[in-house]
Every structure is written in structure tokens, then in C-alpha cells.
Design a protein around this ligand. Structure first.
Ligand code: A2P
Length: 283
């Protein structure tokens, strides 16, 4: 990860998307330290996001979690701190309960409680994070949280690609000043199936435009106005995913319609934790 972050910064990336649960924030801190020392970037040139893990939703745990992330990243502040999932795990819980097949949730810890603790970290003269947001939230949950939020919900980071374009969610966020960040924009190629990267519509556009399928998918995400975070550990792909050119209208429209033939969510909490966090969504 250290090499990947340094390669990304040298290639021109300025947004580093982290999370406590990824277990690599110390190594990212090493990379950032080196990048600052070598003058590749200054702190104020980059935008660093991290995420609160599900087992630290209790309000008293939230500042502890953010301070740990900052210590690991060796930063004084984050640009953005996200609630990783709208799920409060019982503290210490890492996996499913073998008896129930579900992860044990913390009783009585609501997203509003966690959000209020996050807000406290984003206010004052030198806040620990400049903005707060959420991840994996659908429209009903955003509407619910907005009722009690005092600090704006800056961002909603969700899985988004042509098989899961989430038009309703995007329209809601656009209408409420919530920036949408698209994760797994390549259709989570990491799961081995690489279905989206191999889709004939995507590969056809790529062949005609002289681009790679990944470049086509990242360009689509940019063109529809989302922030996009393609992830790769390979230097050549890191550079490739940053080197984009716009899609022409017909290709953009073809990708906009792809979900009509294939609709798929790759990151599904039912499979991971036995809990349907998207009960309110169509997919
Ligand atoms: P790798 O790191 O080996 O390049 P996620 O859905 O979690 O964001 O994962 C993205 C996956 O897509 C990673 O496994 C990454 O693998 C792969 N990937 C990233 N960039 C490209 C690319 N340009 N072409 C093909 N696969 C890619």
C-alpha cells in the first residue's frame, strides 16, 4: 500500500480514500510522511478521507476511533470522515455469530447518535475533520439523518458503476448538496469475476476509443458528476486509471442504459454479515 499511495501521488491523484477497517492506515501514514518529506505534495494539496468502523458507533467510541486514525495516518486533521455503514455492531464484534448467522448489533445505538458524535469532531476552531459524511446510505436513511443533522452531510460514498447506477440516490444527493463518491467503479473486479470489465458494451467502447475498459468506466463516473475512487495496487493500472478522456455522447448513453440488461450489486452486506442494510433499496 505504501508503494501504491506514493505512485498515486506521483501520478497526480490527490484524494486518498482510507478506512480504519482496511488495516493499512499506518502504512498510508508512512507513504504520506515520505511524500511530504520529498516534496511530492503538501498536506493542503491532498484530500484525505477515512471511515468509522461499525464496531465503534457508540458516541463515546467515535472520537477515540478518529484520533486513532489520525495517529496512524500521522495527520492533524482529516478532510472527510465517513460513517462506513449504517450498522452499529456490538463492541468487539468482528464476525457473524455462528448460532444466528448474523453479526450482533449494538442495542439502542442509532445512526443519529453516532452522527452527533461525528459532528462534534467537525466543529470548532481546529476540527479533527473538516467535513463529515456517510457511506452505504440509501435515500430513506439519508432523509431520516438529515432531520437531525446540524452539520451538513457532505458526502455519501456508495457502490456505483453501470450495473448499479443508482439514479434515484444520485438525484436525491444532487438535490441536497451531498457529493456522491462511487466505490468499486470497475464492478469490484477484485472478486475474480471481472464481469463489468469484460462486458461487451464496455469492451466495445474501449476498443473503438483506444482506451482500456477500466478507463471507460472511470470516465463514465466522472462524466456523470460523481467523485470516483478506482483502487489498484499495480503501478501501471494506477497511472492508467488516472489518464482519462471524455466519452462521446453515444457511448455515455450506452453505459447509462447497461443496467437495463444487467443489474448487479457486488458488495452486499447480506452475504458478509447476514444483515440487509439495503432493505430500503431496489437492489
Ligand atoms: P489490482 O489491485 O490487482 O489492480 P474495488 O472494487 O475494491 O475498488 O477493487 C478494484 C479491483 O479492480 C482491484 O482488485 C484491482 O486489482 C482491479 N483493477 C484496478 N484497476 C484496474 C484496471 N485498470 N484494469 C483491470 N483491473 C483493475
Amino acid at each position: 500500500i505504501k508503494a501504491a499511495v506514493l505512485e498515486a501521488l506521483r501520478s497526480g491523484y490527490r484524494h486518498i480514500d482510507c478506512a480504519a477497517i482496511y488495516g493499512n492506515e499506518k502504512e498510508i501514514g508512512d507513504a504520506l510522511g515520505e511524500a511530504f518529506r520529498e516534496g511530492i505534495v503538501k498536506r493542503e494539496d491532498i484530500f484525505v478521507t477515512s471511515k468509522l468502523w461499525n464496531s465503534q458507533h457508540r458516541p463515546a467510541d467515535v472520537p477515540v476511533a478518529l484520533r486513532q486514525t489520525l495517529a496512524d495516518l500521522r495527520l492533524d486533521y482529516l478532510d472527510l470522515y465517513l460513517m462506513h455503514w449504517p450498522l452499529a455492531f456490538r463492541s468487539g464484534v468482528r464476525d457473524r455469530d455462528e448460532r444466528t448467522g448474523r453479526v450482533a448489533l449494538a442495542p439502542g445505538v442509532e445512526v443519529e447518535d453516532t452522527w452527533r458524535a461525528m459532528e462534534d469532531l467537525a466543529v470548532g476552531p481546529s476540527p479533527l475533520t473538516r467535513a463529515v459524511g456517510v457511506s452505504n446510505f440509501g435515500v430513506p436513511l439519508l432523509e431520516r439523518l438529515a432531520k437531525s443533522a446540524r452539520v451538513p452531510i457532505a458526502v455519501n460514498q456508495v457502490e456505483m458503476h453501470p450495473y448499479l447506477p443508482q439514479y434515484d440516490l444520485l438525484a436525491y444527493c444532487n438535490g441536497h448538496n451531498i457529493v456522491v463518491t462511487a466505490y468499486s467503479p470497475l464492478g469490484s473486479a477484485g472478486d475474480g469475476s471481472a464481469a463489468l470489465l469484460a462486458d461487451p458494451v464496455v469492451t466495445g467502447i474501449a476498443a473503438r476509443a483506444g482506451r482500456t475498459p477500466a478507463q471507460v468506466l472511470v470516465a463514465w463516473a466522472v462524466q456523470r458528476g460523481t467523485v470516483v475512487i478506482p483502487k489498484s495496487a499495480k503501478p501501471e493500472r494506477i497511472r492508467q486509471n488516472f489518464d482519462l478522456s471524455p466519452l462521446d455522447d453515444a457511448d455515455f448513453e450506452a453505459l447509462n442504459s447497461l443496467h437495463k440488461t444487467t443489474a448487479r450489486r457486488f458488495v452486499n452486506p447480506v452475504g458478509i454479515w447476514g444483515i440487509n442494510a439495503f432493505a430500503d433499496e431496489k437492489l
